[in-house]
Design a protein around this ligand. Sequence first.
Ligand code: A4P
Ligand code: MG
Length: 195
Amino acid sequence: MRSDGSDPAVVAWVGLGGNWPQTPRLFQGALRRLQSQALVHKVVCSPLYLTEPVGPVCRQRWFLNGVIRIETGLGPRALLRLLHRIERSAGRNRKQERRWGPRGLDLDLLFYGARRICDRRLIVPHPRAHQRRFVLQPMVDLAPEWIHPGCGKTIDTLLQKVDDTHLTILWDGWARTLNRSNASRAATRTFFPDG
Ligand code: A4P
Ligand code: MG
């Protein structure tokens, strides 16, 4: 830790998920918020994927998923608090949600450098990251050689071995969402099949 209390820049990975019609716009807002933070640098977003819902809540829209790579001077808990603030400002209210059910914006802290943390509020690496195609696939697009600090395997190897058979389809609406203000509505009509 530095004398001013901040950590030197660490590469951290944030999972992006959501399955509301306005999710592409919420992703865009989350990226902007991250980019505007003084202690967050070099924000890079992976391609996005349209993904079949994983978990017991089957009758819900497909998700959009991706990952964001950042370099940050925030510590892991401060970063999680920032992610929660961004989720709340995107309209997320956990009290009204079902676990693994529909949400507009879910930001998970997947990796914080090579750190391993397990306390009441934060588990890093994210305990299910290595089991999920919707996390591994976009991470492979940006960093196939990243080593999962829990199991010592690269993300590429984990993706090749993963048991998860849920469909993960490259989504091509992102550029339109970023470039045209009403594109997300058109894109979500096409790409969010109703449960
Ligand atoms: N928490 C602990 N560690 C972390 C971490 N590394 N990152 C705590 C983020 N949060 C962490 O999370 C529950 C609590 O976990 C928080 O209070 C936080 O302090 P949550 O975001 O409120 O709830 P959740 O997301 O419903 O639960 P959970 O267990 O995090 O679920 P997952 O693993 O995020 O799964 N299918 C597809 N296709 N795509 C998806 O994105 N997402 C889920 C949710 C299920 N199925 C999905 C998808
Ligand atoms: Mg979550």
